[in-house]
Design a protein around this ligand. Structure first.
Ligand SMILES: [Zn+2]
Length: 510
């Protein structure tokens, strides 16, 4: 028997973006969307269009610009949600509407305050309406794993009758155990008469660390689609990490007898990009994409791998596109750099391009190899800087420091066209500068995490700063900047974060 094809449904831009602190700008979302298309996923859940104007615009922009996968918008089973989702995804040549309602008694009683019959009617009506817009309609029974099995089967049968072509069985709270979840898939297959007219999908959360395992077991029992995110980001402990799901199928065809249409060589780039933009870094020992996933430390292992990699490697790093070769050198011309940026989905004006080329050449002078991640860091920084949405612009920064001087900073910031100046002292220049910025922009903003990385070696290295700010409603914002000066990189990152907070404020007021 030939291998079964398993569809991959990526929700990095929806469930993933709901991770605490993972707010993405619209430009970042579009770039991730292009990368997901290169990965060749089957469906991309681009957002929840009714949630906010920004969400709507992002889904619409992706629908207009990204070809390949189904572009999907999430909506509750109510008319205005479904209409809004359609208004956003209709620009795609492959639009998809994903509508959901909670089905467990717990959710029905306390969240929706509806009876089972009322929810059943809402599900049918919602799917029917969605189906009037597009053929590709997915229905989700939220909290399915804690739903009465017979009621779940009844609602699935009803929505398939109304035209749902994908029925999703989420383990919304990450409660199910692998065998139990597999049994649920079996039960649905045995008790839903028209189940062959739809693809069974699963959406597992990782609260007990079982999201990937539960997804794999569901596939073994007949599920045809797996939902998840790059790096497993998502609500709380996250979703199933798609790169892990995909590589299980790829590495163990003898066990699963199935495959995906994924171009696995794009996995590593996708992982890097999502980590970079969301600020949620991947743990070093994470399966597949962690820094150490292919590193061999013990001498006996190194010896074995050198003799034959199969001794200790079940996959090779090239399969996921992990490469360390030179991308550009100091003799690379503008065209080569332009080509490279194009491959990474960047579009720049001639002015920006010459700035970036110069920065890359400067870097190539300092170090022998310029890697893809250096280029991404430089290009992203240029992109952020040119973003029209910057309402906060740093005009001037002066700092005084030394071993007998209290670190002091004077900053001049332009906020919506008005220049404001402030000064402050602190335990170090970074502390002083951020205090001065906060004096102007928001004394309530707290500094949460700070991470400094030297992109390249040496004391002249480019500094890459990632940090997290928290506003007074305790919402977290991550931001990043690079500069050859550590303090400047840090201050620029704070300014980027402040821009995100300002944007959120404006969002609330419109
Ligand atoms: Zn979820």
């Amino acid at each position: 028997m030939g291998k079964r094809n398993i569809e991959i449904f990526d929700t990095t831009l929806r469930d993933g973006e709901q991770s605490p602190g993972a707010t993405l700008t619209i430009d970042e979302k579009l770039k991730i969307a292009h990368q997901l298309a290169k990965l060749n996923i089957d469906t991309m859940e681009a957002g929840f269009p009714i949630a906010s104007n920004d969400d709507f615009e992002a889904v619409k922009l992706i629908a207009e610009n990204v070809d390949g996968p189904y572009i999907c918008g999430l909506c509750r089973t109510v008319e205005k949600d479904i209409q809004k989702a359609w208004d956003a995804v209709k620009y795609s040549s492959k639009p998809c509407i994903h509508t959901f309602i909670a089905t467990s008694d717990l959710h029905l009683k306390y969240k929706l305050k509806k009876t089972r019959d009322e929810a059943l009617e809402m599900a049918k009506k919602g799917v029917k309406l969605a189906k009037s817009f597009t053929d590709r309609v997915e229905f989700s029974a939220e909290d399915a794993s804690r739903t009465d099995k017979d009621y779940l089967c009844k609602i699935i049968q009803a929505v398939i009758d109304e035209g749902a072509v994908v029925v999703n069985i989420p383990d919304t709270v990450g409660y199910a155990q692998p065998n139990e979840f597999g049994d649920l898939i079996d039960y649905i297959k045995q008790n839903v008469e028209n189940i062959d007219d739809a693809i069974i999908s699963v959406h597992c959360h990782n609260d007990l660390g079982l999201a990937v395992v539960n997804s794999l077991e569901a596939v073994r029992r007949g599920a045809g689609q797996v939902e998840g995110t790059i790096n497993g980001i998502g609500e709380r402990a996250g979703n199933a990490a798609l790169e892990e799901v995909i590589m299980n199928f790829k590495t163990r065809p003898d066990y699963f007898n199935c495959d995906t249409g994924i171009n696995t060589k794009e996995i590593y780039s996708a992982s890097k990009m999502v980590a970079g933009y969301t600020g949620i870094h991947v743990q070093r020992n994470k399966a597949i994409v962690g820094e150490n996933a292919f590193a061999h430390e013990a001498g006996i292992h190194q010896h074995g791998v050198l003799s034959n990699p199969l001794c200790y490697e079940i996959m090779n790093p090239e399969t996921i596109g992990k490469k360390t070769e030179l991308v550009f050198g100091k003799h690379s011309g503008k065209h080569a750099i332009e080509d490279g940026l194009k491959k990474l989905n960047y579009k720049f004006s001639p002015g920006q391009l010459s700035k970036i080329t110069q920065k890359i050449k400067d870097l190539a002078d300092k170090q022998k190899t310029v890697l893809e991640e250096d280029i991404i860091a430089i290009a992203d920084y240029e992109l952020n800087k040119s973003s029209k949405k910057q309402t906060v612009v740093l005009e001037e920064l002066s700092i005084i420091s030394g071993n007998k001087i209290t670190p002091t900073a004077v900053v001049k910031v332009n906020l919506n066209g008005t220049t404001k100046t402030s000064s402050a002292y602190g335990v170090g220049v970074l502390d002083a500068s951020t205090k001065a910025i906060r004096n102007i922009l928001g004394p309530d903003v707290k500094f949460k995490e700070y991470e400094l990385k030297a992109i390249t070696g040496g004391s002249d290295a480019l500094a890459d700063v990632s940090l997290t700010l928290m506003d007074k409603s305790k919402k977290k914002y991550n931001a990043r900047a690079i500069d050859s000066d550590i303090v400047m990189a840090s201050v620029k990152a704070v300014i980027n974060g402040m821009n995100k907070i300002e944007r959120e404020k404006n969002k609330k007021s419109d």
